[in-house]
Design a protein. Structure first.
Length: 171
């Protein structure tokens, strides 16, 4: 994927609309492709084509155009965090002084426990999803964050929705 793809998708999000090419790519068949790829991105183009009623070359062309347009921005492996020694998931809200938010954001990029980090509106500055090996690891991590501001932590007991696919919504 090219850097320009990320720029295109950011532009689309900021403007709140799609270009004609992107609109064409996510028609009924495009949505079917997106749903299937979210469920299993390792399917062959032949299998994808069979599921959506297109030839493999037509699917290849569609998928490549979706990648170029920034609609498809990556393919990822899912990891069982418990099996890799990170059984505790927590969400941490971090409030920092506004003038330090850029510095803090740069520092958070380099912390391996952080799975996701989002800049948020409201009282808090950042919302993070973290994975740690133990409660003492979590405690040390929270202590490490204290240099950036005030934090509030919620430990995940169980997850009712782990990952949801994005589907076309009826208007």
């Amino acid at each position: 994927m090219k850097d320009s793809s990320a720029e295109k998708i950011r532009s689309v999000k900021e403007k709140g609309h799609m270009t004609l090419q992107e609109d064409y790519l996510i028609d009924e068949i495009g949505w079917k492709l997106l749903k299937i790829l979210q469920e299993n991105a390792r399917l062959s183009f032949r299998e994808l084509g069979q599921r959506v009623g297109l030839s493999a070359p037509a699917v290849i062309e569609r998928v490549r155009k979706m990648e170029s347009a920034g609609i498809l921005i990556g393919y990822h492996a899912e990891i069982d965090l418990v099996k890799v020694g990170l059984p505790i998931i927590a969400f941490i809200r971090l409030s920092t002084p506004r003038e330090q938010s850029g510095y803090v954001a740069a520092q958070l990029q380099n912390i391996s426990e952080i799975l996701e980090c989002h800049r948020v509106a409201g009282q808090d500055s950042f919302l993070m999803k973290v994975a740690v090996s133990s409660m003492s690891h979590l405690e040390n991590f929270i202590d490490q964050l204290a240099q950036y501001g005030q934090s509030t932590t919620s430990v995940v007991l169980s997850s009712t929705v782990v990952r949801r696919t994005i589907e076309e919504k009826a208007e």
